[in-house]
Ligand binder design. Structure first.
Ligand SMILES: Nc1nc2c(ncn2[C@@H]2O[C@H](COP(=O)(O)OP(=O)(O)OP(=O)(O)O)[C@@H](O)[C@H]2O)c(=O)[nH]1
Ligand SMILES: [Mg+2]
Ligand SMILES: [Zn+2]
Length: 331
């Protein structure tokens, strides 16, 4: 098969990545300079890490380290480059507690952020919340594992229609044990409650472009330089303003990572079992069906279908579960 030709943009990207990586045989590392740092942003050739005393350092990357992600803990060493200048080099990545990934172009798996304690799933009234997207993010959180919180932003835009949407969402997710926070940047609602929910862990804000993730970070940390983007007048969708995950310190003991908005998000599940585990309300009925290999579609004695009928399991959640399983099986 003929090799696919790389586009100019791809060639440039590969060249710049190569330029940023240092071949080991040209490295003169100073081991006495070793220090631990955490990656605060990483994009193509640009990598910034923060040392334990909160110094921000631009770094080069040693070859063959694999993918690095915002939130990774790394070891830095100083090294002399060919012209005798000292530079900081990432020489090793510490073991991760977890890694949030997403599927990129042509199904490629792309790291989003590492060592995450909490997923903050940000939705808004414009663009409207998509419960299936929320459920897919929740499965990721359950499997990372990480805590999950749901934010409904832009509540200043509440009207009769969106009020019902917001109330239904809140009831649904609170019933199964998730915290739901209403926020508005415009009317300064819920910012304190959100800040409180972010303490003592590393949280990442995820969700569609334009829901206001960066605006929330900016509201909590007004001094940080953070880009906020306009949304489309007609659809309310964002224009993918944030392009790189970036990590910030909160005043208390928390860390927040702002991430680029998505068009869609498909969790990378390794098995159907992971999907079941990802639905906290569905998994309670796992193993209770009459047939051990029940597909929960038409078999008699299905405990999940019975639970939906009795009102013990929300129908929309169950349908989203079946939909995710069906999509997984199609792959
Ligand atoms: N009415 C209203 N608008 C808001 C609120 N929060 C954010 N916005 C607006 O929503 C738009 C998008 O905000 P961003 O913070 O850039 O959204 P984002 O989620 O970071 O978007 P990406 O970086 O593209 O993923 C901007 O025009 C904000 O001013 C809010 O509470 N109410
Ligand atoms: Mg943003
Ligand atoms: Zn069943």
């Amino acid at each position: 098969m003929a090799k696919r030709k790389l586009s100019k943009q791809q060639q440039r990207r590969i060249a710049s990545q190569q330029e940023n990586k240092i071949q080991d045989d040209k490295l003169q590392l100073d081991e006495s300079s070793t220090q631990t740092a955490r990656i605060i942003s990483h994009h193509g050739r640009q990598l910034y890490a923060e040392t334990e005393n909160l110094e921000k350092i631009k770094c080069k990357i040693r070859q063959n380290l694999g993918d690095l992600a915002c939130g990774d803990y790394v070891l830095l060493q100083q090294a002399l480059n060919a012209t005798g200048e000292s530079q900081n080099v990432v020489v090793a990545v510490k073991e991760r507690t977890n890694l949030l990934v997403k599927t990129g172009f042509a199904g490629a798996v792309k790291p989003v952020a590492a060592n995450i304690g909490q997923l903050v799933i940000v939705t808004s009234l414009r663009p409207k919340p998509n419960p299936y997207l929320i459920d897919r993010y929740l499965t990721s959180a359950e499997n990372l594992p990480a805590k999950a919180v749901i934010v409904i932003n832009k509540v200043d835009l509440l009207d009769d229609e969106t009020k019902k949407i917001a109330e239904d969402l809140t009831r649904l997710y609170q019933n199964i044990g998730y915290q739901v926070i209403y926020t508005s940047i415009k009317n300064n609602i819920g910012i304190d409650e959100l800040s409180e929910a972010l303490s003592n862990t590393t949280s990442i804000l995820v969700g569609l472009s334009g829901v206001g993730k960066s605006s929330l970070v900016k509201a909590i940390l007004p001094k940080e330089e953070i880009r906020i983007g306009a949304t489309s007048e007609s659809t309310g969708e964002g224009k993918h303003t944030t392009t790189v995950s970036a990590l910030y310190h909160l005043k208390g003991n928390g860390i927040i990572i702002d991430s680029p908005g998505v068009r869609d998000f498909t969790p990378i599940n390794k098995s159907q079992h992971e999907i079941t585990h990802g639905f906290v309300d569905v998994r309670k009925f796992h193993g209770a069906c009459k047939f051990a290999n029940c597909s929960h579609l038409n078999e008699p004695g299905c405990a999940m279908k019975a639970a939906v009928k009795n009102g013990d399991l929300n129908e929309q959640r169950f349908n989203n579960y079946l939909r995710l399983v069906a999509e997984f099986n199609e792959l």
